[in-house]
Design a binder for this molecule. Structure first.
Ligand code: GDP
Ligand code: MG
Length: 297
């Protein structure tokens, strides 16, 4: 008898920057969730749909669970991460090879409270210089914690993903696929377009300014084969606008080019993108502005 088809939800949890979104993208096989070397790139919950011949995983990518809670935006992100733990069939706790921090402990505690089976993913093993350190590291950090399985892997290099997918599918209930085979996310193209602009902001702005920006899609129109998208980049203070625009408009242009390339790749069609930068004083600590910009749970 063939094994039954299994499908269900898996929350992907961990502190910022451990590679949660990279892992979701690698399992889905398409970049649905934006990635950058900066913490707090992911602000929203997003479903990545990974379909295999014997199962379907609905991977709930989340903002990192983090300790700083000062701004309304940070509170929104923590709610989105913790909220992802309700109604899932399993969770993946992602950590970095060779490091266990207090924030990893915080994420583990949130998982344990939720009472779902938890798989430990030790990501970025490609960065380990001394591979023999891995086994003692695993022994040390799993000794007093409960994991359904432990998977060292590299989301970036695509190593160890198949094994992880098999473990996760084994933890899912018997069920037919919950989404169509060609679906890759629950988010709209409009949402994904805004995220791709935000990814460029994370990549191209320095240390402080990206956290003060958000992106709002003003219009999203199909024009024959072409997609015409207009988006506003919101900043919190007037002084941040020239930083986004750059000398002679060069940075805004580069942001637009990068985002457009990402959109064309994801949507499989030509994109015409128009970008503006505007100021909304203190938006990231303003509950009504947050709702307007789509940060509502
Ligand atoms: P998140 O905040 O947990 O979602 O982390 P991201 O997926 O945004 O990744 C954060 C950074 O880690 C990015 O620069 C990724 O390219 C990098 N990264 C993710 N996975 C790996 C990996 O397996 N190996 C290495 N070397 N880098 C990785
Ligand atoms: Mg992320």
């Amino acid at each position: 008898m063939p094994a039954p088809y299994r499908a269900g939800h898996v929350a992907v949890i961990g502190r910022p920057n451990v590679g949660k979104s990279t892992l979701v993208n690698a399992l889905v096989g398409v970049k649905v969730s934006i990635v950058s070397p900066k913490a707090q790139t992911t602000r929203h919950r997003l479903l990545g749909i990974a379909t295999f011949e014997h199962g379907q995983l609905l991977l709930v990518d989340t903002p990192g669970i983090h300790a700083k809670l000062s701004r309304a935006m940070n509170r929104y992100m923590n709610r989105a991460a913790r909220g992802a733990l309700t109604d899932v069939d399993a969770a993946v706790l992602v950590i970095e090879a060779g490091r266990w921090t207090d924030e990893d402990g915080l994420a583990y505690a949130a998982l344990r409270d939720a009472g779902v089976p938890c798989v430990l993913v030790i990501n970025k093993v490609d960065r380990l210089k001394d591979k023999t350190a891995l086994l003692p590291f695993i022994a040390e950090h799993t000794r007093e914690r409960e994991f359904a399985a432990v998977h060292p892997l590299s989301a970036l290099k695509g190593k160890g993903l198949r094994e992880l997918a098999d473990t996760l599918i084994g933890l899912m209930p018997e069920s037919p696929p919950l989404y169509g085979e060609d679906e890759i996310t629950d988010r709209s193209e409009r949402f994904l377009a805004a995220e791709l602009v935000r990814e460029q902001l994370m990549l191209r702005l320095g240390e402080e300014v990206p956290y003060s920006t958000t992106v709002e899609i003003e219009s999203f129109e199909e024009d024959g084969e072409l997609l015409r998208i207009a988006a506003v980049i919101w900043v919190e203070r007037a002084g941040q606008k020239p930083i986004v625009i750059g000398e002679g408009g060069r940075r805004l242009k580069a942001i637009g080019t990068g985002a457009r390339e990402g959109m064309q790749k994801l949507f499989g069609r030509k994109v015409f993108l128009k970008l503006w930068c505007k100021v909304r004083e203190g938006w990231s600590d303003d509950e009504s502005a947050l709702r307007q910009f789509g940060y509502a749970e």
